[in-house]
Design a protein around this ligand. Structure first.
Ligand SMILES: [Zn+2]
Length: 248
C-alpha cells in the first residue's frame, strides 16, 4: 500500500512548457503574431493567449460588444491552433488607470500554471498606450530568475498603431523574422473573425494591408511573407521548441 506524502512535500504537477502570447486587446494576437502562432501550433508547440481587456469599454457602450469581441477572440485563436485563451477584463484604452503592480500580479497569476519558453507581446515603441503598458507589464512579470525555462521575450508590431509610434518619437526596430508564407492565409482567415475591427484597403487592418505588411517583412528575410519582432530577451538555453520558428 502506498503512503501519501504530506501536503507540503508532495511534488507539484509538471507544468506545461509553452509559448505565451500576451496582448492588450483581442485581435492583437492575430495581427501581431497570427502567422507565428499558427506555425508553432502545427509543430505541436502549445500556445496560450492572454488579453488584458475584452477590447471594449472606452469606445463602445453596447453591452454585447464585449461578448462579440470575446467570441471572435476564441474563434480566431481556435483557427490558429491556440490551446487556451483568457481575458483579465480590464477596460479597453484605460490600462493607465490601474495600479501597475495589479496588472503585473494578474499576469503573473495567469502565467504561474505554465513553464514559458517564450513570451510574445507588444512593443514599447507603439503609439497605443495600452500596448506600451502591456510591454512593460510583461517585462516586469517575466523576470528571468522567476522563469528558468524562458528563452525568449519578443515584441511584435500591430498594423495601425505600431507604425505610428514615430509620431511620439519611437520606432519599431525588428531584429527577428519568422517566415509565415504557409500560415499567412490562416492569419487572414482568423482576422476575418474580428468583423468590427477590419475595413477596406487602405485600412491598415484590411486583408490587403496585412498581406502588404507580411510581404514587406518577408523581403527583409528573402521570403514571401514574414512577421517581424524586436527581441527584448534571448537566452541560449532549452530553446529546442523554438527551432520550429526558424526552420525554412
Ligand atoms: Zn490593441
Amino acid at each position: 500500500m502506498g503512503h501519501s506524502l504530506p501536503q507540503s512535500t508532495r511534488p507539484e504537477p509538471a507544468k506545461e512548457r509553452a509559448v505565451l502570447v500576451i496582448v492588450a486587446h483581442p485581435d492583437d494576437e492575430t495581427l501581431g503574431a497570427g502567422g507565428t502562432i499558427a506555425r508553432l501550433s502545427v509543430q505541436n508547440c502549445p500556445v496560450h493567449c492572454l488579453s488584458l481587456t475584452n477590447g471594449t469599454g472606452a469606445r463602445n457602450c453596447e453591452p454585447l460588444a464585449g461578448k462579440d469581441r470575446l467570441a471572435a477572440f476564441n474563434d480566431a485563436s481556435s483557427l490558429l491552433g491556440v490551446r487556451s485563451t483568457a481575458t483579465l477584463e480590464y477596460e479597453d484604452q484605460r490600462l493607465d488607470h490601474y495600479p501597475f503592480l495589479d496588472l503585473v500580479q494578474a499576469v503573473e497569476c495567469w502565467a504561474a500554471k505554465f513553464e514559458p519558453i517564450a513570451v510574445l507581446t507588444h512593443s514599447s515603441s507603439d503609439l497605443n498606450l495600452d500596448h506600451r503598458i502591456v510591454c512593460e507589464v510583461v517585462a516586469t512579470a517575466f523576470r528571468p530568475y522567476k522563469f528558468s525555462c524562458l528563452s525568449l521575450i519578443a515584441s511584435f508590431e500591430i498594423n495601425s498603431t505600431t507604425e505610428l509610434g514615430t509620431l511620439i518619437g519611437r520606432s519599431f526596430r525588428p531584429t527577428m523574422f519568422v517566415d509565415i508564407q504557409e500560415s499567412l492565409p490562416l492569419k487572414l482567415k482568423a482576422m476575418q473573425r474580428y468583423e468590427s475591427e477590419i475595413g477596406s484597403f487602405p485600412h491598415p487592418r484590411s486583408s490587403d494591408a496585412l498581406v502588404a505588411a507580411a510581404r514587406h517583412r518577408g523581403i527583409t528575410m528573402a521570403s514571401q511573407a514574414a512577421e517581424a519582432f524586436e527581441v527584448l530577451f534571448l537566452a541560449g538555453r532549452k530553446a529546442e521548441a523554438l527551432e520550429a520558428l526558424f526552420a525554412r
